[in-house]
Structure formats: structure tokens, C-alpha cells
Design a protein around this ligand. Structure first.
Ligand SMILES: O=C[C@H](O)COP(=O)(O)O
Length: 234
């Protein structure tokens, strides 16, 4: 199965660029607010509405923001707020540690399609991801928080990434990876073969907080999908 491309965007214009530039998933976040920085819920609703109004039915995910694991009530409240915006998936960052198990249990019991995003700067906790695989989430993802410290492949050995993917596949769920992935990582990604790979840094010129670059997006789409996508304008 072809690896799908998730592109993180912060506005209607960027979402349209990403959709027309070959993205398979539109991921809503505010890069200025951190690795999983959340957009205001009003903006999330506006972007979802604009995509649908343009006849774009691509799946849309949105993050709830970088909330600590001890803030369970806040996490659940934000999941409710983001889920109510009409997104297909609500992404929640999961920091490894003892509190993460209870957070996963609570997320599995809420009424929204949550995708836990395991923050892997200090490696993956196989017991935690195995637990998540028992809870019925539609997909599981890994990502990194510190985008300056290298890529996911610097943080997590390939053997552990393969084990994560095998865990998730055995549970019949989608597996996604992200973490300052660049075009140079595409061969490694193809070897890993996740269901989807997420990008922001690679599709901006310079910092991931900068604007989305249609040219970089088109170049990445060619590498991932093997076909030319015209750089689009919003
Ligand atoms: O969900 C995917 C992330 O937004 C990817 O961002 P990044 O490529 O800067 O790590």
C-alpha cells in the first residue's frame, strides 16, 4: 500500500495549497505554538468548512495543543472542543511516563476518533504503545517535540520503529510517523513503509514556522507518490 502524505497547515490558504499539492491528510496545527501546537477551535472549524465548500473530502486531523499528561481534564475538554469542529481525527500528544496509561484509557472512552501521537524524543515505550493498540484508536502515530535535535530517525532506532509499526498493524490500525522528516529521509520512510508520514519542516523554506512552500510540497509529493503535482496557488 502506498504511504500517504500528511501535511500540517495553519490556515485556509495553506490547507487548500496542501490539498491541491498532493496531501492525503490535512493536519491542522499552529507551528508557532510548539510541535503539536493547537489552532483556535474557530480556525479549525473555518478550515474544515472551507475545504468541504471547495469539494475537498480529504481526511482532516487537528491537534489539541501541547498539554502535559497530568492535565487530563484539560486534555479531554480540548478533545471535545476540537472534535466538535468536524475533523476526522483529533490528535493528542502522549508523553511517555506512568500518567500516560490513564490518559490513553480516558481518550479511548471519549466520543471522538482520537489518534494518540507518541512523543519519541526519548524513545518509544513499547508497553505504552502496546496498551494503546488494545484501545480501539483508529490510528497511532509517532512524532518528535524538539524539531532542532534531528529527525525521528535520530531519536528512535529503526528496529524500534519497525516494532511499533508491527504492533499497530497487528491491531489492525493505521500507523503514522513524523518528526522533522526531510526529503532525504524518503528512502528510509519507504523502507519503513508506514501507512502515512507527516510533514511540516520539509514543506517550509527554513523554519517550520514559516509559510508552506508549494514548490517544496510538490517536490515531496513527487518523491512520495512518484508523480508530478503542479505547485498550486491558493
Ligand atoms: O504531524 C506532523 C508534524 O506536523 C510534522 O512536523 P515536522 O515535519 O516539522 O516534524
Amino acid at each position: 500500500m502506498t504511504m500517504r502524505m500528511l501535511v500540517s497547515v495553519r490556515s485556509v490558504d495553506e490547507a487548500l495549497l496542501a490539498a491541491r499539492g498532493g496531501a492525503d491528510f490535512i493536519d491542522l496545527k499552529e507551528p508557532n505554538e510548539g510541535a503539536l501546537g493547537g489552532l483556535p477551535v474557530a480556525t479549525i472549524g473555518t478550515v474544515v468548512g472551507a475545504l468541504r465548500a471547495h469539494g475537498i473530502s480529504l481526511p482532516v486531523s487537528a491537534t489539541i495543543g501541547d498539554l502535559p499528561m497530568h492535565a487530563l481534564d484539560g486534555i479531554l475538554a480540548q478533545v471535545d472542543a476540537v472534535g466538535a469542529c468536524g475533523v476526522d481525527y483529533v490528535k493528542v500528544g502522549i508523553e511517555r511516563g506512568p500518567e500516560a496509561f490513564a490518559v490513553l484509557d480516558a481518550l479511548a472512552a471519549c466520543n471522538w476518533p482520537v489518534v494518540p501521537v507518541f512523543i519519541a524524543d526519548h524513545g518509544l515505550d513499547a508497553a505504552l504503545t502496546a496498551h494503546a493498540c488494545t484501545l480501539g484508536f483508529p490510528g497511532l502515530m509517532v512524532d518528535t517535540a524538539d524539531k532542532q535535535a534531528g529527525s525521528l530517525f535520530d531519536a528512535v532506532p529503526m528496529v524500534e520503529l519497525r516494532a511499533f509499526l508491527a504492533q499497530v498493524r497487528a491491531a489492525g490500525r493505521m500507523a503514522g510517523v513524523a518528526g522533522a522528516l526531510r526529503t532525504a529521509h524518503v528512502p528510509l520512510l519507504q523502507s519503513l513503509a508506514p501507512d502515512f508520514a507527516g510533514f511540516r519542516s520539509a514543506v517550509c523554506v527554513g523554519d517550520r514556522k514559516a509559510a508552506l512552500s508549494p514548490e517544496r510540497l510538490a517536490a515531496l509529493a513527487v518523491l512520495l507518490h512518484g508523480e508530478a503535482v503542479e505547485p498550486a496557488s491558493a
